[in-house]
Ligand binder design. Structure first.
Ligand SMILES: Nc1ncnc2c1ncn2[C@@H]1O[C@H](COP(=O)(O)OC(=O)[C@@H](N)CCS)[C@@H](O)[C@H]1O
Length: 961
């Protein structure tokens, strides 16, 4: 059988895939006029089975080669093939043509993809659990979209089910063989007419970013955030956001890019959180994996894959590497003194101990067992002064336990050689940390712990121990890649003739295990694993005057950012502009407003809107041709200088610096506009009009350039700007070899409708947010709880109405989009309102009872609530669970005090005499004494003390009278 094709025809890809899947052999022939069968690109491909049978429709050919036998499915299969041929394929053809396409075509593709994503939500394949001709046909048609970074970003990001289905099919051997036989890059599709008859086999595009010969292959990792809380803004700029900006830049430069990340799920951070929330570590991982995923999607972080470490792949790789280290003689066993809590009957992991920091000059009294949050220094838990178990507050004792160590000393010479050759490619903080570590000789380091939640040590004698996170976490990058593709070793152990550059993003605290522990492991294993080329580590971002802390809940968290109503792109912009590249930096609400209002609104937004509005109003939206003057050439030279610096800084991971150069371009544009005054020129002589048109034409080109340069930092804004420019992402590439202003918009190109890009952030809002996000997460929750526990009059009715309204909002949102990132915040609000309603319903009602009746019922309520609190405290240590109930108890006690005062007042008013007051004081004094003797809990006896004091005051007043 022969398939006749023109270049890059995805119809041919369908036929070849069907043939490979069915185990049939089809020869690919490039059709030329000489064949006598070539009747134009529309008629290709053409499957010639034999002299008698020829298929002119690729879908029919697919069904012939790969028949879908189930008759009940045939109707659906036909429908899907028809949909592919009449709706999907024409939209894809228009989009990948590289020409500007009308927005309704883009929308048509988007809604087709949404429909497909929905279909794949429940099923593995399009028609259910079985692969069919529909999968083959649709997958091939979408190939140029799914395997072009910019198009994928624009159209597929957010379609998680399509991504899964695509990845699954792309990893099938038969499909890979078919892609190989097909032999074109996605960009060659529909380019056939320009290259008719000239066989032009481009580099094969790799499914799922696998590395290719003769391409720049870029593997990007972001540090894997712990699931011990929602990520805060420090985490976001320290790893995922920085890595995302770089990945977007790489895709725009057309590097073969793969960006992976995931949650770091093992270790004590998770165990501590599980203890705090009273659920299992697995439940914590599942809960926070979803939260992280949603937060990152809201921030527009475009991972190629976001995985997690608590997988069988992680266990397999970690154990395998460790056994290899043992075989190669780099593991030893040592007895280690560890803190043991007699009360909890277990060894305490570093994070389960707190105490005074042993470093002179710091002495912070709540230092963790592994690191001090105040001075940042690493700590050996047994060196903590006055250690206490975090679970029960008991003082732990020191006991010996056998642990396994990696012999870093033996690996040190090779490690030093590698570091001295590699560190030029690292950021200054990464170099500083690695040099500090290498100042002294390296000592063996324990890589096991007496914990349960982790990868078990694969040695019988130590099977009850797990690996320490410093050993475990960097292995996560590999295991997460393995979850994406079984060919993960092509990236992590690349062939000699394939160049893969590994870029890793993190903050300074992660540097030691990325430059010492993991490389030492890889060197010790000696199996050709990839060593990092570029570590782009940052310093720390601080919060206003303090420090961000995930474990203590201090700072602004991803979900908080979402709630402010400030767009995610503005957050991305501000966080990048304060990225701690050379020293620690600080987040400030006031500065967030200033930068938005001055740099985005007044500088960048103003320039883009002004330029495009001139083009729309004075040139009917047609980009004018330019006749360059020396002043224009000078402007172009200045702009090019900025673009060169932009690229140079990007390549070195200095993202903050690059962003500065973007703003310089728009500043130059604004200055040019002011100097040229096109609004005057356009009213002048013919020559002036030419100059005016040139000014506007040049400014429009600058807007397109800004759109390209800005895209890695502000993807949503760039998308909007592209719509206004009426240009596709693929047309806005950056050429790192020759960074310069290029004519992105041909003269005569029609732009879209100009719209303002940014809006002002008012100082009042910032002040409110600053006040709202002061203190810790639990302070805020408590404040909410307090507000909830004293609902205002009529609040039950109000809350019921609010719950109903919010419920409707959530239903509408869920019906309109599958994007959890969009509706989850509203669902959270709904849950919060429901909780408030519950509390309001449970709170004591205002009554017309007499004071003594109130006292009785309050005493009963207090007794019941006291029981509830005691039971809760016995069942869980999670303060988050019992604190709201304790708050309710305190509230009830306050009410009781007030009611008692009223009762006393009532009784003493009736018989306001010294004798009865003295009697009441004696009784009350006895009550107080007894209570104080029975409990140290001030909350219990203080209300009674208050009653006593009140009685004494009354007596004093009477005595004076
Ligand atoms: N204040 C901070 N500023 C910048 N970057 C920060 C800050 N605090 C932490 N980080 C970085 O965030 C990521 C994630 O941190 P997390 O504590 O969640 O996780 C880990 O450190 C490990 N699970 C990483 C294993 S690879 C990290 O890069 C911090 O350096």
């Amino acid at each position: 059988m022969k398939v006749y094709t023109n270049i890059g025809n995805t119809g041919t890809l369908k036929v070849l895939i069907a043939a490979h899947l069915a185990g049939k052999s089809v020869e690919k022939c490039l059709a030329t006029f000489e064949d006598g069968i070539f009747t134009g690109p529309q008629a290709l491909p053409l499957l010639e089975v034999d002299d008698l049978l020829t298929f002119f429709s690729s879908n029919a050919a697919v069904q012939y080669l790969f028949p879908t036998l189930d008759l009940s499915e045939n109707g659906q299969c036909q429908q899907m093939l028809e949909w592919e041929a009449t709706r999907l394929q024409p939209a894809v053809a228009a989009i990948v043509s590289g020409k500007s396409v009308a927005s309704d075509i883009r929308q048509a593709l988007q809604s087709s993809l949404q429909m497909l994503d929905k279909l794949l939500q429940k099923n593995k394949y399009i028609l259910g659990e079985k692969l069919s001709a529909a999968d083959i046909s649709i997958w091939s048609t979408l190939y140029p979209v799914c395997f072009d970074d910019a198009l994928k970003q624009t159209y597929i990001s957010g379609c998680d089910n399509i991504v899964r289905w695509n990845t699954n099919l792309a990893s099938a051997k038969a499909i890979q063989q078919a892609v190989q036989q097909w032999g074109w890059s996605p960009k060659d599709q529909y380019g056939a007419s320009s290259a008719l008859g000239i066989p032009q086999i481009a580099s094969i595009v790799s499914p799922i970013g696998l590395p290719l010969k003769d391409r720049k292959n870029v593997l990007i990792t972001s540090a894997l955030p712990y699931v011990n809380n929602v990520p805060h803004l420090g985490n976001i700029i320290g790893c995922v956001l920085s890595a995302d900006i770089f990945a977007r830049y790489c895709r725009q430069c057309d590097y073969n890019t793969l960006f992976i990340c995931g949650t770091d799920e093992y270790g004590t951070a998770t165990e501590t959180k599980a203890l705090e929330e009273g659920i299992t570590p697995r439940e914590i991982c599942d809960k926070y994996f979803d939260i992280h995923n949603a937060v990152y999607r809201w921030f527009d972080i475009g991972f190629d894959y976001f995985g997690r470490t608590s997988t069988k792949e992680q266990t397999e790789i970690a154990q395998k590497l460790f056994l290899k280290l043992i075989d190669n003689g780099f593991v030893s066993t040592q007895s280690v003194e560890q803190l043991y809590c007699e009360k909890c009957e277990r060894f305490l992991a570093d994070r389960f101990v707190e105490g005074v920091c042993p470093h002179p000059g710091c002495l912070y009294d709540s230092a963790r067992g592994d690191q001090c949050d105040k001075c940042g220094k690493l700590i050996n838990a047994i060196e903590l002064v006055e250690p206490r178990c975090k679970v029960c507050s008991h003082k732990p004792t020191v006991r010996p336990s056998e642990q396994l160590f990696i012999e870093l000393g033996q690996l040190e010479p090779s490690l030093r050689t590698w570091i001295s050759s590699a560190e030029q490619g690292w950021s200054a903080p990464a170099r500083a940390v690695s040099r500090a570590w290498l100042r002294d000789s390296l000592r063996a380091r324990a890589v096991t712990r007496d914990l349960k939640w982790g990868v078990p040590v694969p040695i019988d004698k130590h099977a009850h121990k797990v690996f320490y996170v410093w050993f475990d976490a960097p292995i996560g990058y590999m295991s997460i890649t393995q979850c994406l593709t079984k060919h993960y070793e092509k990236l992590w152990k690349p062939d000699k003739d394939v160049d893969v550059k590994l870029y890793q993003f993190m903050a300074k605290d992660n540097v030691p295990f990325h430059v010492i522990m993991f490389p030492a492991t890889v060197i010790g294993v000696n199996e050709g694993h990839k060593l990092v080329d570029h570590i782009f580590a940052t310093e720390y971002l601080n919060y206003e005057e303090g420090k961000f802390s995930k474990s203590r809940g201090v700072g602004v968290f991803g979900t908080d950012a979402q709630e402010t109503g400030i767009p995610s792109d503005v957050w991305r912009f501000y966080l990048t502009s304060i990225r701690p590249e050379t020293s620690d930096s600080s987040f400030s609400w006031v500065e967030l407003g200033t930068r938005n209002n001055s740099e985005l609104l007044n500088n960048l937004g103003n320039f883009c809107h002004r330029s495009l509005s001139f083009c729309a109003n004075s040139f009917k939206g047609k980009v004018p041709d330019v006749t360059l003057t020396p002043a224009d050439l000078e402007l172009i030279a200045l702009v090019n200088r900025e673009v060169i610096s932009y690229v140079q800084n990007m390549e070195k991971g200095r993202l903050r610096e690059s962003l500065r150069h973007v703003l310089s371009v728009s500043r130059l544009g604004n200055q040019h506009m002011q100097a040229e005054q096109p609004w005057v020129l356009l009213k002048g002589s013919e020559q002036d009009k030419v100059r005016g048109a040139t000014a506007i034409g040049l400014c429009c080109q600058l807007v397109a350039l800004l759109c390209a340069l800005l895209a890695p930092f502000m993807p949503h804004t760039a998308r909007r700007l592209r719509e206004q420019l009426n240009i596709d992402a693929v047309a806005l590439r950056i050429n790192p070899q020759n960074p310069s202003l290029v004519q992105y918009l041909p003269a005569g190109h029609i732009i879209g409708k100009p719209e303002p890009l940014f809006s002002k952030i008012e100082p009042e809002l910032l002040e409110k947010l600053r006040a709202k996000y002061a203190g810790t997460q639990s302070d805020r929750a408590k404040q909410n709880g307090d507000a909830k526990s004293s609902p205002s009059k009529g609040s039950v009715a109000e809350l019921e109405a609010a719950v109903e309204e919010q419920g409707n909002k959530v239903r509408q949102l869920k019906a309109s989009t599958k994007d959890k990132a969009v509706w989850q915040p509203e669902v959270n609000k709904l849950l919060d309102l429901k909780k408030q309603l519950e509390t309001a319903k449970a709170a004591p009602k205002e009554t017309t009872a007499t004071p003594s009746e109130s006292v009785a019922s309050l005493e009963k309520a207090i007794a019941e609530q006291g029981d509830k609190v005691r039971k809760l405290k016995a069942s869980t240590k999670d303060k988050g669970v019992w604190q709201p109930e304790v708050d309710k108890l305190l509230q009830l006690k306050k009410q009781l005090t007030a009611a008692q005062a009223q009762t006393n007042a009532a009784s003493t008013n009736n018989k306001d005499d010294i004798a009865s007051l003295e009697k009441a004081i004696t009784e009350q004094g006895d009550k107080v004494r007894k209570l104080k003797a029975s409990t140290k809990d001030k909350a219990v006896w203080q209300p009674e003390v208050n009653v006593l004091l009140d009685l004494k005051k009354r007596l004093a007043a009477l005595q004076i009278k």
